[in-house]
Design a protein around this ligand. Structure first.
Ligand SMILES: *Cc1c(COP(=O)(O)O)cnc(C)c1O
Length: 345
């Protein structure tokens, strides 16, 4: 039985067209700057996001961490939302690689407010760490794929500029945000010094992220990437997947969002399931079954045995993520499984 895998949008497999592009990629030694396919991907990414230059990196974590290293000195403080990927899921690397501390600020569904950020910025004082960087996340993962409205972004980045902070966008899913709002990724990126986005999430590439920024910063980031062992050789084979993803998989993200809406509606119709359909903005559906007599683990096992994979995000609390390897019919099939497993009086 083929599984319907809703654990994450990272589980996609390269399509036949993508594999073809990878197999036929022209390559060279990228550490010498001689891989034409990597160069093409970096230029394409920079162009799409309206920046001067790009840097291909193996993972989104490396993208974020190189940028934190670039923007800070050891002992500095970096403001992040308290459930930010940078804080929760990057292995503590901001403290170990850059020697900075993260200042976690609570947001609403992952989204920070102007006043909360302003209150967290330290005044210059001998005793306190110096706040030097604000990192925002678009869309917000733990927030449920939530999207910062452009005006909020503008207010937050204006505020950060006023205090002289550098600005980094963890734009792992910034293309999902753009698909939702119609605001271009370049309009979002314009507000930040550095932006990193993932090719390996909803865009469906097997590997990779790209950082975009001005040429001077990208040159520094390239050196930092080498320091961390991220200088890769004939990596055009992977960059080709990224180029293919940007060419073929951006315009279909709206389909993932519709599928998530559809799934949320089906979940909403199941007695005992708590889901806020209106909060489903992009490709993630968060839901709870607080009254279920079964344990979280048992619920996951029953779903798995019926052919659906999910992630638990808390006690009887789950996340379903749509992506290019699941269809509208899969949503109906998953909905039926959920109706059996999750129904409670
Ligand atoms: C996935 C993700 C990353 C990077 O993850 P990698 O697995 O290292 O590519 C960064 N930020 C957010 C918000 C993410 O969801």
């Amino acid at each position: 039985m083929p599984m319907i895998d809703l654990r994450s949008d990272t589980v996609t497999k390269p399509t036949a067209g993508m594999r073809h592009a990878m197999a036929n990629a022209e390559v060279g030694d990228d550490v010498y700057g001689e891989d034409p396919t990597v160069n093409r991907l970096e230029m394409l990414a920079a162009e799409l996001l309206g920046k001067e230059a790009g840097l291909f990196v193996p993972t989104g974590v490396m993208g974020n961490q190189l940028c934190i290293r670039l923007h800070t000195q050891p002992g500095d403080e970096v403001i992040v939302e308290h459930s930010a990927h940078i804080l929760r899921y990057e292995g503590g690397s901001a403290s170990s690689i850059s020697g900075v501390q993260l200042c976690p600020v609570p947001g609403a569904r992952g989204l920070l407010s102007h006043d909360a950020v302003e209150a967290a910025i330290r005044s210059p004082d001998l005793h306190t760490p110096q706040t030097t960087l604000l990192c925002l996340e678009q869309t917000h993962n733990v927030g449920g794929g939530s999207v910062y409205p452009l005006e909020t972004f503008q207010a937050l980045t204006d505020l950060a500029r006023r205090y002289g902070l550098a600005l980094h966008l963890d734009g792992a899913r910034v293309f999902n945000a753009s698909a939702k709002t119609g605001v271009s990724v370049a309009e979002y990126a314009y507000l930040f010094d550095t932006v990193s986005f993932c090719l390996s999430k909803g865009l469906g590439a097997p590997v990779g992220s790209v950082i975009v920024s001005d040429a001077v910063r990208i040159a520094k980031l390239r050196r930092l990437r080498k320091m961390l062992g991220g200088g890769m050789r004939q990596v055009g084979i992977l960059a080709a997947a990224g180029i293919y993803a940007l060419g073929h998989h951006v315009s279909r993200l709206a389909e993932d969002h519709l599928n998530a809406q559809h799934l949320a509606q089906r979940l909403h119709n199941i007695p005992g399931v708590v889901v806020n359909v209106d909060s489903v903005e992009t490709n993630m559906v968060m839901f709870q079954v607080p009254q279920s007599s079964k344990s979280t683990e048992q619920l996951l096992v029953e779903c798995r045995e019926a052919g659906v994979l999910l992630n638990a995000i808390g006690d009887r609390s789950f996340r379903a993520v749509t992506h290019l390897d699941v269809t509208r019919d899969d949503m109906d099939a998953a909905g039926k499984v959920f109706a059996h497993v999750f129904v409670s009086p």
